[in-house]
Design a protein around this ligand. Structure first.
Ligand code: PMP
Length: 327
């Protein structure tokens, strides 16, 4: 029988979708890896699965144990699905700036959720550091530590990268994505470069993240801010160390919004803000490379996780933004 034995086996093997309107605009083929079709609804299901299975193999995660994590939401959602299916608990620390939809979903799935004020990484009460301390102080608990746990990028080196290589039959000129932990970017970049060192691997950053300046000027330096969630970083994580970065592109929130609404109205794809940054970056890269190139990026998660924000006129207006016209 062609069946899956449990939730874990349904993670990955997502389609690669031609983004027709963006491809026509640029004369390139721009493809989106449909990570929002993972069973937990985002690209982070893969990292969550590899982190949990790595902790099981090493013996750190014991029956009935708890997985503690600091997350913008999607890793927590992936972890909670996987932990539910394997008999573990989750304790999720999430900044209170993240969308209510993600916080509510985590609670519905059964995670214990603690919302905390959003403070910079250097503050000891930053959500990531706090989650590490809570894990250490809790009984029969482990810290998933997605930012610096290399099982995260391993997930993408072993699954996302090979899938993209096979789906494009190796005919890919460039890979571009934004990064939070950098697991997706680094794992896929390292895999593709191993297959063909001529493939360009490019970071796309929202404002408020320091990676663009790291690539351009050698210094992690953030400028401005962004409404996007789950992406951007003010440091080079363990997952990003050694990752090839041929170039960096920056996409504004206004550009991101335009892309998100074009994805919805012209491609039929209802997707979140990080996907807007990714596809916006792919379009800019396509214009730089010129017609005839094949570019792959990531469709990270569903727009339903941000319905009260980027799909809500009042929220947009409160941020000084308008619903894009002509999409
Ligand atoms: N998009 C969204 C919506 C996310 O939640 C995340 C992960 N925080 C990313 C993109 C980036 O993925 P990664 O952590 O692999 O860099």
């Amino acid at each position: 029988m062609n069946v899956k034995k449990d939730f874990s086996e349904t993670v990955g093997n997502t389609p690669l979708i031609l983004l027709r309107s963006f491809s026509e605009e640029t004369g390139c083929k721009i493809y989106g890896k449909a990570e929002f079709l993972n069973p937990g609804g985002s690209v982070k299901d893969r990292a969550a699965l590899f982190i949990v299975e790595d902790a099981e193999r090493s013996g750190r995660l014991k029956p009935g144990g708890t997985v503690v994590e600091g997350t913008a939401g999607n890793t927590g959602i992936g972890l909670t699905h996987i932990c539910n299916s394997k008999g573990y608990k989750t304790l999720i620390i999430i900044p209170d700036t993240q969308s209510q939809e993600k916080i509510d979903l985590l609670r519905t799935l059964g995670a214990e959720v603690r919302t905390v004020p959003a403070v910079p990484y250097k503050d000891p009460n930053n959500y990531v550091k706090l989650s590490g301390r809570i894990a250490e102080e809790s009984e029969n608990a482990i810290w998933a530590n997605q930012f610096d746990n290399l099982a995260n990028r391993e997930a993408h080196f072993r699954s996302t990268g090979p899938e993209i290589w096979e789906q494009t039959e190796g005919k890919i000129d460039a890979w571009i994505t934004s990064l939070g932990t950098g697991g997706t970017y680094a794992g896929v970049s390292l895999f593709l470069k191993e297959k063909n060192s001529k493939i360009k691997t490019v970071v796309v950053d929202p404002f408020g993240s320091g990676i663009y300046n790291f690539v351009k000027k050698g210094e992690v330096l953030a400028e401005g801010s962004s409404f996007t969630e789950g992406i951007g970083n003010g440091r080079i994580t363990e997952n990003m160390k050694g990752a090839p970065m041929d170039d960096a592109i920056r996409v504004s929130d206004e550009e991101c919004l335009h892309v998100v609404y074009q994805l919805l109205h012209k491609e039929g794809l209802f997707l979140g803000g990080s996907t807007g940054i990714n596809v916006g970056g792919a379009v800019k890269l396509a214009k730089e490379l010129g017609p005839g190139h094949t570019i792959v990026t990531v469709l990270c998660d569903s727009g339903a996780r941000y319905q009260s924000r980027i799909f809500n006129r009042q929220w947009l207006e409160s941020k000084g933004l308008k619903l894009p016209v002509g999409t």
